[in-house]
Design a protein. Sequence first.
Length: 339
Amino acid sequence: MGQNQQQQSQKIITIERHVLQTQRLYPEATGRLTNLLYDLALAGKYIASKTSRAGLAQILGHTGQTNVQGEKVMKLDQLADQAIFDLIDHTGRLAVMASEEHENLIPIPEKYPCGEYVLLFDPLDGSSNIDYNVSVGTIFAIHRRKTSQGPGTMADILQPGRTMVAAGYIVYGASTMFVYSTGHGVDGFTLDPDIGEFLLTHPNIRIPEPPQYYSANQGYQSLWSPSVVAYTHWLQGIGSSNHDALSQRYVGSLVTDFHRNMLAGGVYYYPADIEHPQGKLRLLYEAAPLAFIAEQAGGLASNGHDSILDIQPEKLHQRTPLFIGNRSLVTKAEKFINN
Ligand code: P6P
């Protein structure tokens, strides 16, 4: 193989090769977490194939059902949720699962062995945007089980983000990207649809400084606390000349807004307000996994007072206010809220 060919081949790093390379750094690694990440990458490829053809496949629109959140269940919501379950339930890697789409925990069917990991996921975040061809995403968190054996329980699910062993998201946009961390930095992979592989395109993602954007639904500003309104004015450069005003970008799809801020620098916030006293976003399978990713990329995630990763969950679908992105912007939000 010529030098140029060798150099070229070294640039093509699939997610399989990357996860294996990472695993080799840890002698105690058994490969089960590696295989679980493969499973999720495969689920991402499958969901991507469906979301890219949603209109053509006449699966747009609602199922007529509502989920535990009281939200209309989009057909793609169900498809994504079922795909992740079907690809992983029989592998022996999980003790238990939990999904935004299911009121209670999802047990591993008795005919299959239980494993050491716990998977929490939002199968298709931002699904209200599907009909308008706006990017949506999958979010996942992986913990080690706390119970010693047998079927996993709620005790295995209600763990703080600080104990997470891996987290990631898949964004189905102009291209499909798989972004994950096992606690040793954040790496991003782009799906090459011609070969059906995720290829390493964004190694060692770090949230850049200075930040460019702030992402919030200012349609709710009248419901926000005065301190959050003051924080928003600060972000806009109103009344303070000591920093550059940020541009506002808000897609209404957390994964998309978060991903943009990961690459360009910025803060996303969905604060508590009069109508959402605990905020809107879910702690276990939305805020906590993205908080894990943000911290691994040099950023921070807070509920306005404490790190998201330090919150001890009490309920499966518990909500939390969320400020996430550049560490400087999130700590500034905490200062406005706590002074
Ligand atoms: P709003 C989507 O429903 C979601 O959970 C996030 O993806 C998104 O950032 C937020 O809610 C949008 O909520 O109230 O601004 O429409």
